[in-house]
Each structure stands twice: as C-alpha cells, then as structure tokens.
Write a protein of this length. Structure first.
Length: 311
C-alpha cells in the first residue's frame, strides 16, 4: 500500500475527529474558509463523484434479491426523519430559519458514512448499501417534495430550484463517476484508495464554511440547535430500529436500517440551505455532520459487542 493510500485510510478511519477539528477551525478562524463559500456545491459534487466511482451492480443486487427489505429501509428513512424533524420544530417552537434547516436535513438521503457504521456494528452491510444508494438516487424527487410539504409552513419553498440543485450536485456527479469507472476501470480502481482522503477533506471544508459563516448565530442559538440535532438523530436511530423490528427483520438487518434511517447526507443539507435559505438554516446540517458521526461510531461499537440474544 502506498504512503498516500495509508494516509487516506487513516483519515477516512478518523473522519469524526477531522469533522470536529474543522468545525472548530471554522468557528475560531472563519476568515480562512469564508472565501470558499461559493464552492460548497463543488465540494459536495466531489464527494458524490467519488461515490459514483465506487458503485457497482452489486450495490443494487439486493434491490432485486430482497426488494421488500430495501423498500422498508428507504420508506422508513424518508418517513421517520422528515416527520421527526417536523414534530421537533413544532414541539420546540423553533424559529423559522432553524425549523427549515432541521427539516431540510431530515429530508436528505442516507448519510455517506452510514454503511461504515453498519459494518462496524456487524449489521447487514449489503442491505445498508442498497438502501443508501436507492435513497440517494430518488432524492431529486423525494427531498424537494418532502421539504415543500413540511417546511412550507415556515417559509416559501422553490421545489423546482431544489430539484435542479440536487440533480446537479448529487445525481450528475454520481452518473459521471459511474461513466468514468466504466471507461477507465483500472485508473478508477486505483483512485479509490485516495477517496477517503478526498471525500473527508471535501466534507470537513463544507462544515467549516457553514460554521464560519454562521458564527454569530451559533453563539446565539447553538445550544438549541445542538439539542434538536441530538434528539433528531437519537430518535431516528430508535425509530429506525423499531420500524425494522415491526416488519420482523432479523437483528443484522435492523442494525442496517437503524443507521440508514438515523444518518443523513448532511453535506447535501448544508449545500441546499446555503444556496436557497439563510446561513443559519445550514447550521443544523453542519452540526448533524459532526454529531451523527460521533453517535454512529459509539452506537456501532456498542452493537458490535452485543449478540442477538442480548438484543
């Protein structure tokens, strides 16, 4: 393994630490990152392009082999997290911009690190990958529709613009990655070794930009947003697990559905919020990006030490 590949593996394995580090850098030295504000979508596109490079037919095999399991996971994700966000916004009487930001991250597809957490937790990784892939591919329709239905109570939503942005920063880069992999398979496979480094760098820069641009609002409302994010994420895990159990899924499948439900593509949330709403609306996504990797790692470690008899 080359030196750059070793560095990439190390950085990818310590993702949570780098998110926290860059969030702090963005908060204390915002001037470093604010000039990059107009490139948030570019950084997210890089992450999605990398995802496209790693996709294969195996990622969708479970869709045809176990369509009901995948459907349960995707439906659970797009029902539980958006409705939880809406309920929390109402129950806690969140200010409009924060409410929209919480709902926005709740309506995003599964998180980019959810599969890693399922692996660490000894869950059904193949099922988790398929759920994440399908939830991402249907995001151009599902995410704007849900945001319009749930966040429209607080402010007007331009669904058409949201669809366009999701296609441009998520679907197009993924398709481009798939095409590049098909045309340059050998080079694409070699580049996969550095993807953890590239993807981690892109995501943490997004977090730093959002945190730096909203420093004043974070000082004012940070504790409230952090509390909402912890509740949203934690209840998402719990309800995702119970939702899978309701359909009599085995222990391994429940763990996969749990992480695919509770972890969001918060980079997409930050990009959409920055482009279409106010800076503070992007803060829930930035904090979610930090927190769900911490909570996911802790939960995965806990699950890995348990057996099915201890469930």
């Amino acid at each position: 393994m080359s030196s750059i590949a070793k560095v990439s593996k190390f950085v990818g394995g310590t993702f949570s630490v780098w998110v926290i580090v860059f969030a702090c850098l963005g908060f204390f030295w915002p001037a470093i990152f604010l000039p990059l504000k107009g490139y948030i979508s570019v950084f997210l596109g890089i992450v999605m392009f990398g995802m496209g490079l790693t996709l294969s037919s195996d990622d969708f095999r479970e869709v045809f082999r176990r369509p009901l399991d995948v459907l349960i996971g995707v439906v659970g994700h797009y029902v539980i997290m958006p409705l939880l966000a809406f309920a929390l916004a109402l129950a806690l009487k969140l200010p409009p911009e924060i409410a929209v930001g919480v709902i926005l991250v709740g309506c995003c597809p599964s998180g980019t690190s959810s599969n890693v957490m399922a692996l660490l937790a000894k869950g059904d990784v193949a099922l988790g990958v398929s759920i994440a892939s399908v939830s991402t591919l249907i995001a151009p329709l599902a995410t704007p529709t849900l945001i319009s239905l749930l966040a429209g109570r607080w402010m007007p939503i331009d669904s058409g613009a949201l669809i366009k942005d999701i296609l441009m920063v998520v679907i197009f880069p993924i398709i481009l990655g798939v095409v590049v992999k098909a045309l340059f398979k050998k080079q694409a496979e070699a580049s996969v070794q550095v993807l953890p480094l590239v993807s981690t760098l892109a995501i943490v820069i997004i977090v730093a930009i959002v945190v730096g641009g909203s420093k004043a609002k974070i000082v004012e409302s940070g504790l409230l947003i952090f509390a909402v994010v912890i509740l949203h994420n934690g209840l998402g895990y719990l309800l995702g697990y119970l939702f899978a159990k309701l359909f009599r899924m085995n222990y391994s499948k429940r763990k996969a559905v749990l992480f695919e439900t509770g972890m969001q593509n918060s980079g997409l949330g930050a990009a959409l919020a920055s482009a279409h709403f106010s800076p503070i609306a992007a803060v829930p996504s930035a904090i979610f990006s930090v927190w769900h990797n911490i909570s996911g790692s802790l939960l995965a470690t806990w699950f890995a030490r348990r057996t099915e008899k201890e469930q």
